[in-house]
Design a protein around this ligand. Structure first.
Ligand SMILES: Cc1cc2nc3c(=O)[nH]c(=O)nc-3n(C[C@H](O)[C@H](O)[C@H](O)COP(=O)(O)OP(=O)(O)OC[C@H]3O[C@@H](n4cnc5c(N)ncnc54)[C@H](O)[C@@H]3O)c2cc1C
Length: 580
């Protein structure tokens, strides 16, 4: 066996796991609130370069000027979310987003696009009653992540551990979170990081599906770690599928987003028989229908045998004129050209792609979780978006709640002792993590990974049934069991197969949470569609999975707390959906 006595150890006041918009805002807020505290940021890739915040093209929702209003943003967010959002979290999002945008510009140096008179430009976006989406061309995420990273490097109290991944949370004898076991991917060694407060900001990541749009470095690690440590996960069945992922046969690039601006501008979706099939699903709004409905319609065309040669549908914008398309959608024209497609002049094959997780660990509006000393923010946390996220609300969520978590942790540690590092627990976790390196023979990791992706796509994807979900649960459990026995060839340093093994453990855990919650939700709402229960139920409820008091996971529902706005008091939903 490997020698665990060589495990390194680090002490820090605040431990931030993940470095997207949520992790970096948390680190900056904690450092600025109390410069005497040490802050350690652990990131699986390179700081500022990993995760989904960097991939944000479309923009950032925040209310800046009338006639838009906080109430309108709040109502849009709840309507988009099918009324199962946590209303306190949604309210926190909409009330704090304007301040965070100003902070991103004035304090951290971001610069968003402007009108000629100097006002920040805001564009129309997904299901919103006003032009609300702030952007930097179609590279908004790069602007935000570049400026936040520069700021982090300038804070002497913040220390970044790049190419390190969190593998397990560690709790002391009293149950308080005492830090995390972290793997140095380059060296292949383990580090026990002891902290007084810890943040989950690993960005969820539905990478257990066959076709994905999100950053492939993510494996829902934060949700899996939190759940294993004892947190409740909420509304995990709510996984968002985007209708227009590029299809590139035999390439990992399949699933890459073509943004919804194409449909908004008049793009047409055509099936393999040349029919404009949205006429059958939503004749009034056609391709401008909601993201979930268009994605499901395309999926149905394919499974019913009316797909394109590579199992998708066509998106056609050529009738808009080549010059208009090249000018308005420069990034997408270039991306398509990289794969030999001429978006401006011919139809391009697209299909639904797995985009975002609305579910996650349960938090309150101060980012506190159920475990003492543990906080969560961004896509790891559930509740803000309910059953469907509006385009532009994702990066707002990560930066708003990241900042809140940073402030909350800096305050929380004051006067609190450092928990004792549970050495034996850390060593047991280390043994589990190192086990596949010791095996010469075992299950094929990649066969299991690919089986999981197929099962999720087929049975826990855009259209679900009770029978399919039960089949999926049995398969996921089997995959999880067999993955435990998989072998990983090679040594510990920079062993990518070992990283995939660690990813698979967490993907299987979270796949189970999604499938189990989907089985519990016997209705269709937002991104969750059950063929056996095609209508929304009269009751509004949230689905939770947690350990409650026992060793086996328990699933239960709770009525939604409509403590700020009731559906019957809201104005009608805006008709057109365009955005990321
Ligand atoms: C293609 C695309 C386009 C999008 N466009 C928009 C848009 O226009 N507007 C919008 O509002 N939203 C958009 N979104 C959603 C938005 O990107 C997310 O809501 C948001 O960025 C999530 O931020 P986060 O900080 O929670 O996670 P991320 O930004 O994904 O960061 C997660 C971080 O955790 C790290 N990490 C993961 N696992 C570990 C581990 N085990 N140990 C250590 N570190 C780990 C990752 O490396 C990364 O640094 C888009 C998403 C995609 C995929």
């Amino acid at each position: 066996m490997a020698d665990h006595s060589t495990m390194d150890s680090i002490e820090t006041d605040i431990l931030v796991l993940g470095a997207g918009g949520a992790g970096l805002c948390a680190a900056l807020h904690a450092a600025d609130r109390s410069p005497n505290l040490s802050v350690t940021v652990v990131v699986k890739g390179l700081l500022g370069r990993a995760g989904c915040t960097r991939m944000v093209q479309g923009g950032y929702n925040a209310v800046l000027t009338p006639p838009d209003s906080i109430d309108a943003h709040f109502t849009d967010t709840l309507q988009g979310g099918g009324w199962i959002n946590d209303q306190d979290l949604a309210w926190t999002l909409v009330t704090q987003a304007p301040g965070r945008v100003l902070e991103l510009e004035a304090r951290y140096g971001c610069f968003f696009d402007r009108h000629p008179d100097g006002r920040i430009h805001q564009k129309p976006f997904a299901g919103q009653s006003h032009d609300r989406t702030i952007h930097k061309g179609d590279l908004t995420g790069i602007e935000i992540m570049s400026r936040l990273s520069e700021q982090v490097w300038r804070r002497p109290s913040v220390h970044a551990l790049e190419e390190h991944r969190a593998v397990e949370l560690l709790r002391d004898d009293s149950g308080r979170v005492a830090g995390a076991l972290v793997l140095d991917v380059r060296r292949g060694t383990l580090v026990a990081v002891s902290s007084r407060a810890t943040l989950l900001a690993m960005g969820g990541g539905p990478t257990m599906y066959r076709v994905i749009a999100c950053s492939a470095d993510k494996a829902a690690d934060g949700i899996a770690l939190g759940f294993r440590a004892g947190l409740r996960a909420r509304d995990m069945e709510m996984v968002q599928f985007h209708p227009t992922g590029l299809i590139v046969p035999n390439s990992l690039m399949t699933g890459t987003l073509l943004e919804e601006g194409l449909r908004g501008a008049g793009g047409r979706l055509i099936n393999g028989r040349g029919e404009r099939f949205m006429e059958r699903y939503d004749p009034k709004r056609m391709e401008r229908s909601t993201r979930d409905l268009v994605a499901r319609a395309s999926f149905t065309e394919v499974v019913e045998g009316r797909g394109t040669p590579h199992g998708g549908v066509w998106i056609d914008v050529s009738h808009l004129g080549a010059e208009v398309v090249e000018r308005s959608f420069r990034g997408m024209v270039k991306r398509c050209r990289d794969f030999g497609y001429d978006l401006a002049r011919e139809p391009v094959e697209v299909g639904p792609t797995t985009h975002f997780m609305m579910g996650g660990v349960a938090i309150d509006s101060g980012c506190r979780t159920d475990l003492e000393g543990l906080f969560a923010a961004g896509e790891d946390a559930g509740g803000v978006h309910g059953a469907n996220r509006l385009g532009g609300n994702g990066v707002a969520e990560s930066t708003v709640f990241g900042g809140i978590a940073g402030d909350a942790m800096a305050e929380w540690v004051v006067g609190r002792y450092r928990p004792r590092m549970p050495r034996l627990t850390a060593e047991a976790a280390a043994r589990r993590v190192l086990a596949p390196l010791e095996r010469r023979e075992g299950e094929s990791l990649y066969a299991l990974q690919s089986r999981l992706r197929e099962v999720m796509w087929e049975h826990v994807g855009l259209i679900r049934t009770g029978a399919g979900l039960k089949t999926a649960l049995a398969e996921i459990e089997e995959i999880g069991r067999r993955a435990e026995g998989a072998a990983v060839p090679g040594g510990a340093a920079y062993n990518l197969a070992w990283q995939d093994w660690l990813n698979l453990q967490n993907q299987a855990t979270v796949a189970w949470l999604i499938a189990r919650s989907a089985l519990e939700r016997a209705e269709s709402r937002g991104s969750h569609h059950r063929r056996d229960f095609p209508e929304p139920s009269a009751d509004l409820f949230n689905v939770y999975v947690g350990f409650a008091d026992g060793a086996a996971p328990k699933v239960w529902t709770e009525p939604v707390r409509l403590n700020r706005l009731r559906p019957e008091a809201a104005r009608p939903a805006p008709a057109v959906e365009v955005g990321d």
